[in-house]
Design a protein around this ligand. Sequence first.
Ligand code: PHE
Ligand code: FE
Length: 268
Amino acid sequence: MKEFEQARLEQDWESYTPEHHAIWRALFHRQEAILARRACQNFLDGLKALGVEAEAIPDFRRLNEALERATRWRIVAVPGLVADDVFFEHLAHRRFPSTCFIRRPDQLDYLQEPDIFHDIFGHVPMLMNPVFADYMEAYGRGGLKALRLHNLEHLARLYWYTVEFGLIATPDGIRIYGSGIVSSKGESIYCLEDPKPNRVAFDLLRVMRTRYRIDAYQESYFVISSFEQLFGATQPDFTPYYAELARLSDLDPGDVLPSDRLLRGNPA
Ligand code: PHE
Ligand code: FE
């Protein structure tokens, strides 16, 4: 029994078939072309420094060497979505839980649950950045606290609108750093170039008030000006923020407030 459980916690890289690697290759090539001028430089640099490549599904053992050297993070294999407390414990200890399976060929464009392409291609490059790496650890500790304070809903929105769907303003225009976007062909273009969605300058409480949808492109994206800004804004103890949020109404994903600073998208 013990051995069985242990086995489930290994990536078992040797078990991937040529078909599995082919799906990875297709996804990788597609995103590589789209992201060259759409993802932020930190993401592109992280991808390269990790040695994540088109040829094959990455081997966690190899990735972990680069990741541990750069920021002391490590990837751990998990079977799928894990319980909130387990997830936060991992992050708080600089361990990123990743799925191991890859989507089917008919799911290249969309998949509701995370797979290895989303988890590794989407999340791990940003963990090579020291500031973002520290933000993710702090988020893990903040998650454990939010659980105790019964405030997970507010904190989960912060993860959603930064780690998963975050944008960053650069001198060259808006760029993507969110994992949910970089692993999606359609949304990588939509979030930057479509006139429809709101692109709102990041404001911590504004983000934590805003509901989100998991089954459609986002109606609003929040744009940070730097990772230092994001890290700085999230350093204070959130306990008073949670008290304030309890008095503020939730916002719908597409709502715009008079106090929002809206940014223009990039030319298509
Ligand atoms: N400072 C937050 C708290 O006290 C923790 C946190 C850090 C949350 C970074 C998110 C991101 O709860
Ligand atoms: Fe994710």
